[in-house]
Design a protein around this ligand. Structure first.
Ligand code: ZN
Length: 276
């Protein structure tokens, strides 16, 4: 019986949202988008409660990680918010959870018909390979859940994100809330319908046999492709990485957590580079 659930919630895969302007807190469009985000989250929480879950921790995982208004989140959940946080999109997960869920998720950079597809940093990163497999945010974060022995059981997002989730975790339950027809355009379910779907699918995910935790083989090779060579100039100052060429570098790490932390530190460094 699933008692403790961890939820990581991003914004690009939330019901009805199709454009960067809607996920940017400095834009007036963001006001309605963060309400839709709370709607998808509360639908997932309702599904978990329907399945008998007793404890829910939610990690706000988009941008500055202060997108959810605390008073709009279902009172059954504890909310982890603010940035930077050590575990980033997965801050709050530990070995005591029975299941991890992902809401508002999007596909990796370069996915065709993937709404606002990107990997960690749209500005700095063109691609991330873990042990030679190109990996997006769901793949990276489900690996972190796996380090704690926690299975990734549910994802809601655009259709491309659900396809990606199934490729990384066979048997995961998913809810597609929109179908992209381009990177910034999609056919969307009405939020009243998508939230009903999320509630039903979460309940289903938590009451059927759970998939195995996703365990990434160690040692771990991380390869990063940056948008510009200046970004790689800066990121390759990290001692554990070796430069491959203008925009690529790679490093080997004994364990997954160290690999992910080194990857994040490298991306932060790259963020100090020029914007062109
Ligand atoms: Zn995001």
């Amino acid at each position: 019986m699933v008692k403790r659930v961890f939820i990581s919630i991003d914004m690009e895969g939330i019901s009805g949202i199709v454009d960067w302007s809607e996920v940017d807190r400095n834009n007036s469009e963001y006001v309605f988008a963060r309400k839709l985000m709370a709607g998808d989250l509360n639908a997932a929480i309702k599904g978990a409660l329907d399945a008998g879950v007793k404890e829910i921790v939610v990690s706000d995982a988009h941008g500055g990680m202060r997108n959810l208004r605390p008073e709009e989140v279902h009172e059954a959940a504890h909310l982890v918010r603010g940035s930077p946080k050590p575990g980033a999109m997965m801050e709050g997960i530990d070995d005591t959870f029975d299941a991890a869920m992902y809401v508002g998720y999007h596909s990796m950079k370069g996915t065709s018909n993937g709404i606002m597809c990107h990997t960690i940093s749209g500005r700095a990163i063109d691609g991330i390979w873990i042990n030679s497999r190109e990996t997006g945010e769901f793949g990276l974060n489900s690996g972190t859940a796996g380090v704690h022995g926690v299975p990734s059981v549910f994802l809601a997002g655009d259709y491309a994100a659900t396809v990606e989730a199934n490729a990384f975790v066979p048997g995961i339950t998913t809810a597609a809330v929109k179908w992209a027809v381009g990177r910034y355009s999609a056919k969307c379910l009405h939020p009243n319908e998508s939230t009903k779907l999320i509630t039903a699918k979460v309940k289903e995910a938590l009451t059927k046999p759970l998939p195995e935790p996703r365990v990434v083989n160690e040692p771990v090779e991380v390869k990063l492709l940056f948008n510009t060579s200046t970004m790689c100039d800066l990121a390759s100052l990290m001692p554990s990485f070796e430069r491959i060429d203008g925009r690529n570098m790679k490093g080997n790490f004994n364990d997954y957590k160290t690999a992910i932390n080194a990857m994040r530190a490298a991306i932060y460094l790259a963020g100090a580079a020029e914007r062109r």
